[in-house]
Ligand binder design. Structure first.
Ligand code: GTP
Ligand code: MG
Length: 198
């Protein structure tokens, strides 16, 4: 899968006001600051498409990006940012849930997890909710440039073992670095396969 064209298509807080064209959607979720917006920029080869920040809580809306005039990448707000007010966190939770449970065009939700640390209880609870609601998902480990390949491989094995306490089978998994542009081919090929199955 090659991305030849990527453009911003709109922001919304409710799925009812997402872009009108009904096209397959691939969305990115995960804890605040895990690297969702950076990954979208890396995949599209446009470092200024989605807004990124070293301060958690940057993305507060559902942002659609039209790819090759035929499908969308969707940047979502992060969850689990402790320093946000309860009210702001609840609002983000509603935005995220409304989209994840309500978007009929969602083909796959990519759940991003920091490759350096054990997958958190917040991630596991979120993933459990996906299972309960039948939302198709994959996992992308982010920021792999911040440690050695061996450390990443060991952490992924550890996370697999943690996930297998709750799950009988593991979802597709990818390791990535937006900094080093690694994982790009694998993730785009996977999206291409899902698109050709449709
Ligand atoms: P919110 O929108 O706040 O939920 O965050 P986000 O998940 O969209 O994260 P964002 O892409 O804004 O990145 C957060 C910070 O991590 C930024 O300072 C990025 O430069 C940095 N970052 C993201 N991906 C990588 C990566 O692969 N490697 C390194 N070294 N830094 C990264
Ligand atoms: Mg973001």
């Amino acid at each position: 899968m090659k991305i030849t064209d990527a453009k911003f298509a709109g922001s919304c807080t409710r799925v009812s006001s997402k872009p009108k064209r009904r096209l397959p959607e691939f969305a990115f979720i995960g804890r605040s600051n895990v690297g969702k917006s950076s990954l979208i920029n890396m995949l599209t080869g446009n470092s200024r498409l989605a807004m990124t920040s070293s301060t958690p809580g940057k993305t507060k809306l559902i942002n659609h990006f039209l790819i090759n005039d035929s499908w969308y990448l969707v940047d979502l707000p992060g969850y689990g940012y402790a320093k946000m007010s309860q009210k702001a966190r609840e609002e983000l939770r509603q935005i995220i849930n409304d989209y994840i449970l309500g978007s009929e065009e969602l083909v796959c939700l990519f759940v991003l997890v920091d490759s350096r640390f054990d997958i958190t209880r917040i991630d596991l609870d979120f993933i459990a909710g996906l299972g309960e609601n039948g939302v198709p998902f994959s996992i992308i480990f982010t920021k792999c440039d911040k440690q050695s390949a061996a450390a990443t491989a060991a952490q992924i094995e550890k996370d697999k073992a943690i996930l297998l306490r709750d799950w009988e089978a593991l979802p597709p998994m990818f390791a990535s670095s937006s900094e080093k542009k690694s994982g790009r081919g694998e993730i785009l090929d996977y999206i291409g396969t899902l698109l050709s199955d449709k």
